[in-house]
Write a protein that binds this ligand. Structure first.
Ligand code: CP
Ligand code: NVA
Length: 307
């Protein structure tokens, strides 16, 4: 089988995502019926964390065990990764002793260098630039709750961070629109994203206008991991980019709210919205596990029939 990685959203085609969403539904149903699905018996997943995590670690570790394999957790603090061992050497070693690697790190270039020296598939568990597993789960959640995403509008309110960059890639692959509203200086990076003459992206100064008619409203923390030194400036700059009930009111009447979590209630979103009836954040978090099980199965075994 050809070696494939999932380093950013556009690594896969629209057809592959359609298969993954179908498979996620099947895997989730099986899990809910307590039926074992040990297709990755005896396989090993290594998870490398250079930043903190609750959901990503839990969903990958629990998910891989449910597929019959075992997962090993490494972090920068107590492995040689924190003592400057070259990423290329780490890739050689880790990939000789495992079947699959998930990495959460800082620059995207780190995961790309790792993948270039890996003998096994590599999954991006979040970088400064992208968070493709989260958007995979978010899209599955939207489809599960509201049907196809094609032709719909997603409003992104706040920092044009790793999540926003990934949404912009997903919009091109799956043909939907993203309305982005960020404070001045915190909008989408034109070196990473095609912003001008892109029918999938529209930028708004006013977050309320970005939400108008949207089918999904999403946001994220004002300060992502690795940017803590900017926290004070960000608190001031983002004060008007808080998703609130008024923004949800101008969205489509069936709009849902998502947040990749962890959330800061009262900063990027009001408690009324994140804990309100339009919020699907708990399903969204759970779906990380189901979607990633489908992803890991695909990377190790190829496309599977739902039977
Ligand atoms: N959403 C997400 O990736 O959460 P963690 O940082 O807890 O893994
Ligand atoms: N944008 C956030 C997502 C955390 C899951 C961060 O990178 O810290």
């Amino acid at each position: 089988m050809t070696l494939r990685h999932f380093l950013q959203f556009r690594d896969f085609s629209r057809e592959t995502f359609a298969d993954l969403f179908e498979r996620t539904r099947w895997i989730k149903d099986k899990f809910k019926r307590y039926e074992p699905h040990h297709v990755l018996f005896d396989r090993t997943l290594v998870m490398v964390f250079e930043k903190a995590s609750t959901r990503t670690r839990l969903s990958f570790e629990a998910g891989f065990q449910q597929l019959g394999g075992s997962a090993i957790y490494l972090n920068t603090r107590d492995s040689q990764l924190g003592r400057g061992e070259p990423i290329e050497d780490s890739a050689e070693i880790i990939s000789r002793m495992s079947d699959l690697v998930m990495i959460r790190t800082f620059e995207q270039s780190v995961i790309e260098r790792f993948a270039a020296h890996s003998r096994v598939p590599v999954i991006n568990g979040l970088t400064n630039e992208y968070h493709p597993c989260q958007v995979l789960a978010d899209l599955y959640t939207f489809i599960e709750q509201r049907g196809a995403i094609t032709g719909r509008t997603v409003a992104w309110v706040g920092d044009a961070n790793n999540m926003c960059n990934t949404w912009l890639q997903a919009a091109e692959v799956l043909d939907f629109r993203v309305h982005v509203s960020s404070p001045p200086g915190y909008g989408p990076n034109p070196e990473l994203n095609r912003i001008t003459d892109n029918p999938h992206v529209r930028l708004f100064e006013d977050p309320m206008e970005a939400c108008r008619g949207a089918h999904l409203v999403s946001t994220d923390v004002w300060t992502s991991m690795g940017y803590e030194a900017e926290n004070e400036a960000r608190m001031k700059a983002f004060a008007d980019w808080r998703v609130d009930a008024d923004m949800m009111r101008v969205a489509d009447k069936d709009a849902i709210f998502m947040h990749c979590l962890p959330a800061h209630r009262g900063e990027e979103v009001t408690p009324e919205v994140i804990d309100g009836p339009q919020s699907v954040v708990w399903d969204e978090a759970e779906n990380r596990m189901h979607a990633q099980k489908a992803l890991m199965e695909f990377l190790l075994l190829g496309q599977q029939e739902n039977a």
